[in-house]
Structure formats: C-alpha cells, structure tokens
Design a protein. Structure first.
Length: 549
C-alpha cells in the first residue's frame, strides 16, 4: 500500500491525476474497485462529494463517535488497489466536536448537511446534526437525542480554510433547540448570487420535528432573510432526505422562479420576490397518492436547458428516476414540465431503483445508475436516457458488480468520466462501501474533439472565445455546473447550451465565438465545465470557467 501526500497543508491532502482515456473504443466500462483507507488502516466511506473549481474532489463522511467529521480532497493520479487518505480533522469549526457536560456527551457533525458551491467558488455547507448521549458513544445509535444544527460554514478551496457564517434563522415546528436548526436541509445557488436553504428536520430523536422554513443567505450583507416560515411553507415540499429544489431558467406563471418537490411527488412553485409566494400543483407524479411517500428514494435533475426547445419539454422541466420500495415509482422515470404544469408519458426502467443517481452527461443525456431494487439487491447496469430522441432509454453494456444504494455519491468529472463511490445495501448498518470506481460513458472510447483553450471568465450575455484542435466542426458548446451530491440529489447540477455566434479557422485549429447564457436565471453565476461537442454529440474534455454577472 502506498501513501500519497502533498504539502498544501500540514495535515496533507491526497492528490490524484486523471488517467489516460481508453485506448480502444468501448461501449462503456468501469475501472476496478478502489478502496479508501486512513493512515491507521480504517476504511473510509464518504457520503458527501463536491467537484471543486480546481478539479479536486472534496469529500466528507459520517462519524458517529467522538471523532469530528473527517473530510479530505484529491485529484486523480493513478488507480492503485487502495488509496491511503490523509484525513483532515482540526480545521472544521464545529461548536461541540465531542464535548462532555457532566454525564452528557455532545457531538456536532456536518453529516447529512446541505451543500452547494457559491458564486465565488467556495463550498457552502449548512446544517448538520447534534448527537446527545448519556453513555459512551461507540457506534451509531448510542444517543438519547439527535438535533439539527443552525451552523453555516464556507470552505475556501484556494486558502484551504473554513470560515463560520452567520447561523441560520428559519424556525421549525417547535424551536426546541433554537431557530435555524436543520438536519438534511437543501442548499440552492440562486440567480442573484445568494444561497437559499430549504427544509430539513430540527429533531430526529426521540420524535421527528420538521423545519420547512425557507431562508436566503446574502454573502454581501453576511446575513439571512426569512422568505417563508414553517407554517407558511406547503407540507408538499418536505422530504426526509432533502427537498429537491431548482432555480428555474425563466419565471413560470408570471413570478415563480423556484420549483420544489418533496417525497409526495407533488410539484410546488415558489416566488422569491413576487406578490404570491407559493403555488402547489394538483398534478401529482403519475401513480402517486396524496400524502403518500412514494417519491422517497427518487433521484432528480433539471433537464438540459436548450437553445431550441424542440425535444418535447420546456426549459425548466425536471426528470425523476426511481422511488419508494413497493410503488410503481421504483421502476419508473417521470418528467414534469412546470411551464405546462403536466407530467410527460411515463418511462418504464424495467428494473427497480431506490436511491439511484441521475447524472447530466455533457451530450445532454441523463445517466441513471446505482440504487437498489425491491429486494435490496443490485440493479447492475447503468441506463442512458436521451431527451433528444423522445426520451429513449438504452442499457449500458457493463454490469456494476456491487450494490450502491443509500449514501451513494456520484459526480461528473471534467474529462467526461463519472465518479461512483460509497453507498450501502438497502441502508443496512455496516454495509457502507469504503471504495469507489470510475464509470466511463460510451463516448469515452470515441474520437473526441480537443478543446485546447477557452476564456477563463465569462459574463452573462457576453461573447467569449474557445479554441479546438484540427478542423472538427463544433456543433455545440455547453456549460455543466460542478456537482455537489449526497443522498441521490445533486444540489448544484445544471447543463446549459450556449449559442455559437461565429466559427473560423486559426491555422491548424478551429476558433469559436460563443455567447454566455442570456440571464443568470438560466445559469446562476459560478463555476462551470465548458464542453465542446462535435456533430455526433461527442464531447471534448472540459475547461473549467467562471461565469459572472
């Protein structure tokens, strides 16, 4: 076993580099399973992942003892059988990272927090849990009570440092532990550069108490504004594993700019600044019953935002894959169009998936993988959903041997691969996977355009340049936001096609003048991967760019 360290911090970080692309064309494939180990040999199973602007992957996991939340990051350098990771513990500014108060032990952790990248490229982490026990804490379950946290943190990838933001203020059902307390909250980057926090729970043990309030953090003012209190927020937005919240690319029905879905499969529109705050759709997900948690275990994504809306859906539509055991949703894919307020025809996956992953690929297909079926076993193969071809569904050629269900982390990388790690067998204790794989979508083995350079900073509505190798005709330029995923939901996933205003030759290379998205609603300011695609929709390796207002 080899240790890989760097001198970025005294505590060190694991660094890896992207391996070479497949030498021979393959339909799709996965690498071998690669294990995580800490220096003491203990297995590591992160349940949160974010792709940082410098292309490192940032992880944190779920400690349930006196040990503070471990986190680490890396690039991708080689593929050993085991990766020994240096876990960073001291810098995380938690209030009570394992403190004794007489007979009581209090442990704060950002496990099951909400997180998304902010406009400046920092990672914002909100909420978490406070474990309280009157006996030694050695494993999950040794607690008398589990509360949420009102903490808000920011991690700066450039300085490798955490900072503490103002605590959240949104009240829950009782305020038993104070205002702003949330476990499983959702963090959403908005068009105005602010971050919205939605939902969660304030208490889990001995009873579950919800916090459905919605609030917004303003990084300029450094404070929070409450948009909707708990009692004023529709119960339909609640999901025990994060409300699924989307910044719409254009306002719907006049003033609604946010779409939310909870575990009941009922779409809810919200306005951040309009005269009417909420509109609850009567169009339940096909097969859902009012008040039934059939949507629990669903993975969702905002479908690609296209220049020409001729793929059978309006910009702002979302796709939902999988669902609760014992329901039709576990076997189905459904698309909701908020502009038309209707669900499109149901797609049968042919297999059950509870807590799968949905990943937007740069060619505008949706990769569906992982999860587990009714029996808790492995669905095996991945599937490609192609909205460009009538939402056709095709099966990947490779089988993923192990079950990766609850807590699976999945994210698109700049070279087009998909990172796939962790996950459990139907949520069974002790079944968390201390390992990961790289999934190679079918375009990885094809001849791909070479994106040599691109303007590093783009401004909304303004022109920018890119250079590609050879005389390959570039048919599309797309921006894909950097993923930030946990519990089958990526809080920062988005794909936006941008116009190509001019193409030309520059010696042996080609030159494109693109135009950044016309509005911040289409693409909230922040960091994106810029991909160039040829006429066969084969994507290049991406350049990470920053979009500003």
């Amino acid at each position: 076993m080899r240790k890989i360290t760097s001198g970025l911090l005294a505590s060190a970080f694991l660094l890896l580099f992207v391996p070479a692309l497949a030498a021979e064309p393959l339909p799709d494939y996965i690498t071998k399973q690669i294990g995580w180990e800490a220096q003491d040999g203990s297995p590591q199973s992160p349940i949160h992942v974010t792709l940082l602007p410098d292309s490192r992957l940032f992880f944190f996991e779920a400690p349930f003892t006196m040990t503070p939340t471990p986190f680490w990051q890396w690039r991708n350098e080689d593929l050993p059988d085991k990766v020994t990771v240096t876990i960073n513990r001291p810098p995380l500014p938690l209030w009570f990272p394992g403190v004794q108060f007489g007979p009581w032990t209090v442990i704060d952790t950002i496990t099951c927090a909400g997180h998304t990248l902010a406009e400046d490229g920092s990672l914002m982490v909100v909420g978490g849990m406070r474990l309280v026990s009157d006996k030694p804490v050695t494993q999950f379950g040794d607690y008398a009570a589990v509360f949420g946290l009102s903490i808000a943190l920011s991690f700066n990838p450039a300085s490798q440092s955490w900072s503490t933001l103002a605590p959240m203020i949104g009240s829950g059902q009782t305020d038993l532990a104070g205002p702003g307390v949330r476990w499983y909250p959702t963090a959403t980057r908005l068009a105005n550069g602010k971050t919205m926090v939605t939902g969660g729970v304030e208490l889990v043990l001995p009873v579950v108490l919800q916090n459905r309030s919605v609030e917004v953090y303003d990084p300029t003012a450094g404070g929070w504004t409450l948009l909707s209190g708990h009692q004023d927020t529709p119960p339909a937005i609640y999901n025990r594993d994060y409300s699924h919240v989307f910044q719409l690319p254009a306002r719907v029905a006049g003033s609604f700019d946010i779409l939310m879905l909870g575990e009941f499969g009922q779409p809810v529109l919200m306005s951040t600044d309009g005269p009417q705050r909420w509109r609850v759709s009567t169009q339940l997900r096909p097969g859902a019953q009012a008040g039934e948690s059939s949507n629990y275990g669903t993975s969702s994504a905002l479908l690609p935002i296209r220049l020409e809306q001729n793929w059978g859906y309006s910009n702002g539509a979302i796709v939902m894959a999988g669902g609760q055991h014992g329901t039709a949703h576990e076997h189905s894919i459904d698309v909701y169009d908020p502009v038309q307020d209707r669900w499109l025809a149901r797609i049968d996956m042919g297999i059950g998936r509870h807590h799968p992953s949905t990943v937007l690929l740069p060619d505008s297909r949706v990769l569906i993988l992982a999860g587990h079926n009714d029996s808790g076993s492995n669905p095996g193969y991945a599937q490609y959903l192609d909205p460009a071809n009538g939402f056709s569904l095709t099966r990947g050629a490779v089988e993923i041997p192990e079950t990766r269900g609850y807590h699976t982390i999945t994210v698109l990388l700049p070279d087009g691969r998909v990172f796939l790690g962790s996950g459990s067998d139907d949520g069974k204790p002790g079944s968390e996977k201390p390992n990961f794989r790289y999934y190679y979508p079918d375009y990885m083995g094809k001849s791909r355009p070479g994106l040599l350079a691109a303007q590093e900073t783009l401004q909304v509505g303004q022109y920018f340049w890119s250079v590609t190798a050879g005389k390959t005709h570039i048919a599309e330029l797309v921006l894909v936001s950097l993923g930030s995923m946990t519990h089958s939901y990526d809080m920062n996933q988005r794909l936006v096609q941008v116009p190509i205003a001019w193409r030309g030759d520059l010696g042996e290379h080609s030159y494109q003048i693109g135009q950044a998205p016309a509005s911040a609603e289409q693409a909230p300011p922040g960091h994106y991967m810029l991909f160039a695609l040829d006429e066969n929709r084969v994507p290049s390796v991406a350049k990470v760019v920053r979009l500003t207002r």
